[in-house]
Design a protein around this ligand. Structure first.
Ligand SMILES: [Zn+2]
Ligand SMILES: [Zn+2]
Length: 345
């Protein structure tokens, strides 16, 4: 079968290889035929050979966002059966450490990831642990089910702390997850959603997903706009996806006294912050990673299955795997929103 692998360290280093189809799944494992798999920021990070990628043993099949059909199950598997359509949680927590026992498995220090620590979903078939498979209800289309993992991050960010209901929310950074967060915040009762980015394509999409305002921060300072829309008070919640130093430095000014900043975007290197404003304003800062296992999946599934949120418009490209590099180029040059591979094509 054809597989997209990271085969060489350094920038790029991807290869489309003909490899053997995975064999029968072992105990607790499931053989999944991949239907759609999406390119994620983590895949771009691996492409650029950022620090998180250095743990990889090469070659490894990339891809951790996917929807597929169960083809075969190994010994002891009871949660799924052949023929079931599944989405995939990308964190494989150990399940038996202090963090897992405290109910924080999404930040387990022993987490392993498909597409990083073992072969992932940019291939026709993959073998995954049963514990990370999420059966998908019929009402959720396959391309949408392939985006449930990133959508879960947006739902997680919307539900933590004070949530979003009745509040003014700034979504800083309109990559796919920021865009999903706009729709999730709307569905979960945000009073107002203000989006910021520098990419015109993404800003347009922010309005499609339900933002009240989309501010191009390359052209316009967001602070007076946010103040104007909030009677001078500032936003109740700022959800930071961009990871850019300027956006991080400006987050406190956008937030009302006593409000919340939720950090999700990963900054490159160290970031200088003037924490005095964060302190004096009494802001709550939350660092969010992944999805709560599996309460976030329950909420995300309900939102999608009941039609409260539609993330299908985010799919900008559906490509066969042999055109994978077109998809990576589109992402790397900011011309894509969400790229999905159609492994069957
Ligand atoms: Zn991802
Ligand atoms: Zn653990």
């Amino acid at each position: 079968m054809l597989a997209l692998r990271k085969s060489q360290p350094g920038i790029g280093g991807l290869s489309l290889d003909e490899i053997a189809s995975p064999a029968q799944p072992g105990p607790g494992q499931v053989l999944v035929r991949v239907l759609n798999a999406g390119i994620c920021g983590t895949d771009l990070h691996i492409y650029r050979w950022g620090p998180f990628a250095h743990r990889m043993k090469l070659p490894t099949v990339l891809g951790h966002e996917m929807c597929g059909v169960v083809e075969a199950v190994g010994e002891g598997v009871s949660r799924v059966a052949p023929g079931m359509r599944v989405s995939v949680e990308s964190h494989v927590p150990c399940g038996h450490c202090y963090t897992c026992h405290r109910g924080w498995a999404h930040v387990c220090p022993n987490t392993r990831y498909p597409g990083v620590d073992f072969d992932g979903g940019f291939a026709a078939r993959t073998i995954l642990p049963e514990t990370i498979l999420w059966p998908v209800p019929e009402s959720i289309p396959t391309p949408v089910a392939a985006m449930m993992e990133p959508f879960g991050i947006a739902v997680h960010a919307s539900l933590e702390g004070s949530g979003v209901s009745g509040q003014t929310v700034v979504v800083a950074g309109c990559g796919p997850i920021g865009l999903m967060n706009i729709a999730a915040a709307r569905a979960l009762g945000a009073l107002r959603v203000i989006a910021t980015d520098v990419n015109p394509l993404r800003l347009k999409m922010a309005l499609t997903m339900g933002a009240d305002r989309a501010i191009d921060v390359a052209e316009q300072d967001p602070l007076p706009v946010v103040r104007d829309l909030t009677h001078g008070r500032g936003a109740d919640v700022v959800i930071e996806y961009s990871g850019h130093a300027k956006s991080l430095a400006g987050a406190a000014a956008l937030t009302t006294n006593g409000g919340e900043i939720r950090l999700l975007g990963v900054p490159e290197g160290e970031t200088a912050l003037d924490l005095e404003a964060w302190l004096i304003k009494g802001l709550t800062v939350r660092n969010l990673h992944g999805r709560r296992l599996f309460s976030t999946w329950e909420s995300a599934t309900a939102l999608l299955a009941e039609g409260k949120v539609d993330i299908a418009p985010l799919v900008s490209h559906v490509l066969p795997l042999n055109e994978a590099m077109i998809g990576f180029d589109a992402c790397l040059t900011g011309k894509a929103v969400k790229v999905l591979f159609d492994a069957g094509a």
